[in-house]
Design a binder for this molecule. Structure first.
Ligand code: ATP
Ligand code: MG
Length: 357
């Protein structure tokens, strides 16, 4: 039995050290996880590659000292320049013939995909709960609002067009209509809509959005760039709902680019390991990606964490419903939405949509 080959093929990272915490084995999953080749790792001391307080260093040192296994379900490991990868760590001692501890081995499992899926699910649940509350609230508020609107219209008629007070009744009407619009948006978020998915040409759809945004972009010194994959197959989607998605995303991108720049619309067949194939109930389908890429302000992590919350906004005149609605619509399509942002550099929003077979 070739044990080295078995270990090499494991999806989990396996790192073995001798009694001095010098690396003696580093499988290919460890190379992927740490972005460091075995050639550059084996023979080095663990502390040359990781900070001394890194979970994997601590756990291996403990195992060497005690001869006992250790496990850490919520560890992390640094990866080059990127942010640390969440991992679970299990260590075990390696005994020599005489029964003394000669070394130790650590098995690290990459949890980032699981974490991403978990946060997807949590986000969906928060939105669903917010939606249910919104429906209840909207029904309570809509009737009195209707009554107020009716009364104000009567008042305006009574006062006549010459009245000085007409100015006030106009304000009342505008504001009542604004509240009504917010409620409509909220209901949009909450009510289970009947999608009408048909095969669509995604490029034509994006062009309709681009056409409507061209003027606003020019005014702000923003150039629209298309990076369309000419061989992109038709997608399965609801045209009106998807227009709504891309309008929202393009509007956000424009809002973020206060000093001009490029707004890029990209399409491609997805090779994403997580969202590239989705189960639509009747077997899995391949997905396409549509990206809205801006060179705007980007967002700090604290903002990034809340962008899908209904009513979360950093804009003076924003409602904070745009992305919540996008999320909802993509969920209805059994697709997904992903946002990556670098503060000061820009934001990439990726929508995953099913291919029409
Ligand atoms: N492309 C982007 N660049 C930087 N920040 C963004 C971007 N897109 C969204 N955000 C941040 O996420 C927040 C929420 O966005 P969302 O579209 O849900 O609401 P909004 O744009 O504030 O209001 P509206 O309801 O009018 O869309 C924004 O206020 C902004 O802080
Ligand atoms: Mg918005």
């Amino acid at each position: 039995m070739n044990y080295a080959a078995v270990l090499a093929g494991l999806p989990d990272a396996v790192i073995a050290v001798d009694g001095e915490l010098r690396i003696v084995f580093w499988n290919s999953a460890a190379e992927v996880l740490t972005e460091r080749s075995a050639r550059r790792a084996v023979g080095k001391y663990l502390k040359e590659l990781f900070p001394p307080d890194a979970s994997v260093v601590r756990r291996l040192a403990e195992t060497l000292a005690t001869g006992e296994s250790r496990s850490e379900p919520e560890g992390a490991v640094a990866r080059g320049e990127h942010r640390p990868v969440p991992v679970s760590i299990v260590t075990a001692p390696l005994f020599g013939h005489d029964g003394t501890v000669e070394g130790a081995v650590a098995v690290l499992r990459d949890l980032s995909r699981i974490r991403q899926l978990e946060s997807e699910v949590r986000r969906g649940e928060t939105l669903a709960a917010a939606g249910r509350m919104a429906v209840g609230l909207a029904h309570e508020v809509r009737n009195p609002l209707g009554a107020i609107r009716g009364a104000v219209q009567l008042l305006r008629r009574e006062l006549g067009p010459a009245s000085r007070l007409a100015e006030y009744t106009d304000v009342l009407l505008t504001e009542v209509d604004r509240v009504n619009r917010i409620i409509e948006l909220l209901l949009d978020l909450a009510r289970p809509v009947q999608l009408r998915p048909v095969p669509l040409n995604l490029h034509q759809l994006l062009e309709r959005v681009a056409l409507l945004s061209e003027e606003a972009a020019r005014e702000r010194g923003i150039t629209l760039v298309r990076r369309y994959d000419p061989s992109l197959p038709p997608i399965l989607g609801d045209e009106d709902r998807l227009l709504q998605v891309f309008h929202n995303l393009v509007r956000n991108a424009l809002d973020s680019m206060t000093a001009g720049g490029h707004l890029t619309l990209t399409t491609r067949v997805s090779l994403n390991p997580l969202f590239g194939k989705m189960d639509l109930g009747a077997g899995s389908r391949n997905m396409v990606e549509a990206q809205v890429v801006d060179e705007g302000t980007g967002m700090p992590d604290a903002v990034r964490a809340r962008i899908f919350d209904p009513f979360f906004t950093t804009k003076a005149r924003g409602l904070g419903l745009g992305l919540a609605i996008c999320h909802r619509i993509l969920e209805e399509h059994r697709g997904a939405i992903q946002v990556e942002s670098a503060e000061g550099r820009g934001t990439v929003v990726t929508c995953f949509l099913p291919i029409a077979k």
